[in-house]
Design a protein around this ligand. Structure first.
Ligand SMILES: CC(C)(COP(=O)(O)OP(=O)(O)OC[C@H]1O[C@@H](n2cnc3c(N)ncnc32)[C@H](O)[C@@H]1OP(=O)(O)O)[C@@H](O)C(=O)NCCC(=O)NCCS
Length: 159
């Protein structure tokens, strides 16, 4: 890993802030080009109506280099999405973002995190395994295009 974890901090993005909305929109524009993810309005709706939170990985200059979106439900969180910009990939940022966001969730009393990921998403599957997620099951044809989902779970230490 070339990026040092100590150089980054996790900051919750506030969709009521014009600055944070602009940051989110920058990520959404890239999402739209690189894969099939949500647009800014859908993310904002999810935060407003479903209790999702957006955690950004800020570098020393305050620039947000990656985003994680979690749905909070008591002491369980659902990792809805994790994203590092294309130009920053494979430099360790995804791992720092995931590890530090999990630490931030534990501080909010979260005990376990679940997620679903396409069975073909090798980079994400490897990252999740590296950070300590275990495979629970496969959901066949979970996605609209017929792709299977791998369901994974991470438990806070001591659970
Ligand atoms: C998945 C994602 C967040 C990884 O971010 P990243 O910053 O490139 O990952 P890192 O550099 O921190 O890599 C950490 C580990 O992840 C795995 N990994 C990441 N990219 C990989 C790739 N292209 N191929 C194989 N393994 C990969 C490796 O285990 C790696 O550890 P290693 O470097 O010791 O081999 C990034 O590829 C991304 O944003 N993808 C698009 C969105 C997405 O698919 N999100 C997950 C769906 S929920």
């Amino acid at each position: 890993m070339s990026n040092n974890s100590a150089s980054f901090t996790i900051r919750q993005l506030d969709i009521a802030s014009a600055t944070d909305l602009q940051i989110l929109s920058g990520f959404c524009q890239e999402w739209a080009q690189s894969d099939r993810f949500w647009n800014t309005d859908e993310v904002v709706k999810s935060v407003r109506e479903s209790g999702a939170i957006l955690l950004g990985l800020a570098d020393k200059s305050g620039l947000i280099r990656g985003i994680a979106m979690y749905l909070m439900a008591g002491d369980v969180a659902d990792l809805l999405y994790l994203y590092v910009k294309l130009e920053d990939r494979r430099t360790g940022l995804g791992e720092v973002l995931l590890s530090q966001s999990l630490e931030a969730l534990v501080k909010r009393a979260v005990q376990s995190v679940v997620l679903e990921v396409r069975h073909t998403n090798e980079s994400a599957l490897r990252l999740y395994a590296k950070v300590g997620f275990a495979r629970l099951t496969i959901r066949p044809r979970y996605y609209r295009d017929g792709d299977d989902a791998v369901i994974m779970e991470w438990k806070a230490k001591g659970e």
